[in-house]
Design a protein around this ligand. Structure first.
Ligand SMILES: [Fe+2]
Length: 321
């Protein structure tokens, strides 16, 4: 679909890549310099809603750049324009509510790399879209790199056809340990009370069940959540039959608070995990955040992460069904 919209101009950004014929991210700018105000942008989005939505699926990542998007209120207006339903975040990342549908992105220390993931990949219903807004670009680092997920599957199949087949057949099993709120000395993640939105153990168990998790309470007041079997790859409608690397094997394998094994408990060969980590990095795409950037991710198609940065950095997020 090479249709372009007359109200937006296709631009370029440093770091963009051509992947299987599509530019990632697709940069969209004001058609004329004086049309960069928020009202013009909202009108443009309202008039081109369906087209814009198709572009997100087609290019996997769309970057609105050069518009005067100032704050969480403006960002929220942009989100509301599309009419996509909100989806509440569930997971270990510390996040703060900012305004209506807008939250801070992961508030973990800026010095840490947040490893590549599909947002809420382990939850039954995960967001189709993850939308980010850059209020304060970091002085150095702090990119939000992303990876076309199907490329990881393709390359893993080239190098490890047997292993991929085996893991696919068996499925994956994950565990994640959430400490108790009273016990989290560091910013390693939130306590289970915050993660499940309750301090009541039975209620937390009910909520965990509803999300497809089992729980084991630990002596120190924390809890180990176990999930599985979960698939290695998935194919989603409308995405060219691409097989997405829809798992968090590398992110959770062999960590202090998490694990990933095959669903029957057998270990995933370490060379497979290590090489997969390299492939993900090799396939990653990144650009430098600019103030006012709004980035739309197709969460079904992309893994994303966060590189370490110097402060200050403020990127806000909204997640949609
Ligand atoms: Fe994320």
């Amino acid at each position: 679909m090479e249709y372009s919209c007359k109200d937006l101009k296709v631009g370029k950004c440093e770091g963009e890549k051509l992947v299987d014929g599509e530019t990632m991210p697709l940069v969209l700018q004001p058609s004329e310099p004086n049309k960069n105000d928020i009202e013009s942008l909202l009108l443009t989005l309202r008039n081109n809603k369906d087209w814009f939505d198709q572009m997100i699926t087609k290019n996997s990542a769309v970057l609105l750049r050069g518009f005067d998007v100032k704050n969480a209120e403006d960002f929220n207006e942009i989100i509301e324009t599309f009419g996509w339903e909100d989806i509440r975040y569930v997971g270990p990342a510390p996040r703060t509510h900012v305004y209506k549908r807008v939250w801070t992105a992961n508030e973990g220390p800026l010095s840490e790399f947040i490893y590549y993931h599909h947002e809420m990949v382990l939850i039954k219903e995960c967001p189709k879209k993850v939308i980010l807004f850059c209020e304060t670009p970091p002085p150095e680092g702090g990119e939000t790199p992303f990876v076309p997920s199907f490329r990881v599957t393709e390359r893993m199949l080239e190098e490890f056809p047997e292993e991929v087949k085996m893991i696919e057949e068996k499925g994956l099993k994950y565990s994640f340990t959430a400490l108790s709120k009273n016990n989290t000395g560091s910013m390693r993640g939130r306590g289970w009370e915050d993660a499940f939105g309750t301090s009541d153990r039975e209620e937390a168990e009910r909520r965990a069940k509803a999300l497809g998790m089992d729980m084991e309470w630990l002596e120190d007041g924390g809890v180990k959540t176990i999930l599985g079997p979960r698939p290695l790859t998935r194919v989603f409608e409308g995405r060219k039959g691409r097989r997405m690397w829809f798992n968090t094997m590398v992110g959770m394998h062999g960590k202090e608070l998490s694990s990933a094994t095959m669903a029957d408990g057998s270990e995933i060969p370490i060379n497979v995990v290590k090489r997969c980590e390299e492939i993900i990095e090799e396939e990653s795409i990144q650009f430098k955040w600019e103030k006012g950037d709004v980035l739309f991710f197709d969460n079904m198609a992309l893994l994303h992460g966060r590189r370490p940065s110097l402060p200050p950095r403020r990127v806000l997020v909204a997640t949609c069904k």
